[in-house]
Design a protein around this ligand. Structure first.
Ligand code: GLV
Ligand code: MN
Ligand code: MN
Ligand code: MN
Length: 391
């Protein structure tokens, strides 16, 4: 909790409440400096990879490493725990292991992935997706934030070469196992700590509706081609399509140009859709897309749909999960609807997640919370796990 208090003033969002910390922005860069200083104070060898992720090594970097970590960025107006809890718990777990005189027989490392939430450039888990090749560097370089700054430009300003980004077999090849500790994000845990079983298939789709910009007072209703109408109906269509445990959310709509007395000329709307598997997720998106085309046609508008990112269902390595649950004396395994860098890495290396109880079930909001005792139990569980895997 002292570590979280240390960074509590970085990236506060006075307007939205909570935190807005995004990949390579001032707040995230300050957090990276904080992490670097904390890791160096522990005599860890800190080095960024070429995709902007930060690694802190205990022992010589090399293959077979046991790696833990998470991210320091947030959603717009996010909570204090999603991401940072995994990073501070990793530092604390290293302290516990050292205090116990543990000597690892494999290298250990903490990783901080960049832009996990996709809150600035739109693609979630961008750092791990670049490292594993799931997102091509030329696609990443062209992603723009709301001020029109490209990821390539932001990366360059932060000291990285966007032309050297992309699949990094050297970094990935060192990871023998990856364990991410994270605050649980629903109400899935009634004990302090659990392990993850799976992640829902999920993705993001951008709907761009185009109509005709015009005057709010001078344009009769029957003469309008107002893209806000089909866009608003998509919000309702998303609710209707999300059946049988599927989730569909419109959390962001941007009318252009965005004036009270202006009929929008176009509207961008982002759909976040998740379901148990690929087929069901695709069916939800197809239903909403078809509805959107009908709504657009009724208003004389056009709609263009692009998939911005997607990840199929993740089933975490059952052997590693059971091994860890056993080492922790038997803790529950639970699925999650939230995406994580661990989900991206799971396609490449044995990967597991530890969840810390979330008593309110709130996440991606300022009210996100975990009790200090549960966070401490998380640190002990992570230390036990690292010791078990690296002994
Ligand atoms: C990230 O946390 C997500 O699940 O969207
Ligand atoms: Mn999150
Ligand atoms: Mn997270
Ligand atoms: Mn996440």
């Amino acid at each position: 909790m002292a570590d979280l208090a240390d960074i509590a003033d970085i990236g506060r969002d006075a307007r939205r409440g909570g935190y807005s910390r995004h990949g390579f922005d001032t707040a995230e860069l300050e957090l990276r400096e904080w992490f670097t200083a904390e890791a160096r104070a522990r005599e860890l060898d800190v080095r960024p990879d070429r995709n902007g992720n930060l690694w802190a090594w205990w022992g010589t970097p090399g293959p077979g490493a046991v790696v833990t970590g998470s991210h320091l960025d947030s959603v717009p107006g996010g909570g204090a725990f999603d991401g940072p809890l995994g990073v501070v718990s990793a530092l604390q777990a290293f302290d516990v292991l050292r205090a116990n005189g543990f000597t690892p027989s494999r290298p250990l490392a903490i990783v901080v992935f960049v832009e996990e939430e996709g809150g600035r450039f739109g693609v979630a888990c961008l750092g791990s997706r670049l490292m594993t090749g799931a997102t091509a560097p030329e696609v990443a370089a062209r992603l723009v934030d709301q001020d029109g700054i490209a990821f390539g430009e932001a990366a360059h300003r932060a000291g990285f070469d966007p032309w050297r980004m992309g699949r990094d077999d050297e970094a990935l090849g060192r990871v023998g196992a990856f364990v991410e500790l994270h605050v649980e994000q629903g109400r899935g845990l009634d004990v302090p700590v659990g392990v993850a079983s799976s992640i829902l298939a999920h993705g993001r789709w951008r709907f761009t509706f185009t109509g005709e910009g015009n005057h709010a007072g001078a344009t009769p209703i029957e003469d309008r081609r107002d893209p806000m109408l089909p866009a608003s109906r998509v919000v309702l269509a998303a609710r209707k399509a999300a059946r049988d445990g599927a989730r569909a959310t419109v959390g962001r709509i941007v009318p252009n140009p965005g004036g009270t007395n202006v009929i929008a000329s176009s509207v961008d709307l982002w759909l976040d859709a998740r379901a148990a598997d690929d087929r069901r997720t695709r069916a939800v998106v197809a239903e909403i897309t078809e509805a959107a085309r009908g709504f657009a046609a009724e208003e004389g508008c056009q709609v263009h749909v692009t998939e911005e990112s997607y990840g199929d269902t993740v089933h975490f390595d059952a052997r590693l999960r059971d091994d860890i649950a056993g080492a922790l004396g038997g803790v529950p395994a639970l699925p999650t609807g939230a995406g994580h860098d661990a989900g991206v890495l799971a396609a490449h290396v044995p990967t597991a997640m530890l969840f810390v109880r979330n008593p309110t079930g709130v996440s991606h909001a300022p009210e996100e919370f975990a009790e200090a005792e549960d966070c401490a139990a998380g640190v002990v569980a992570l230390a036990t796990t690292l010791e078990h895997l690296a002994r």
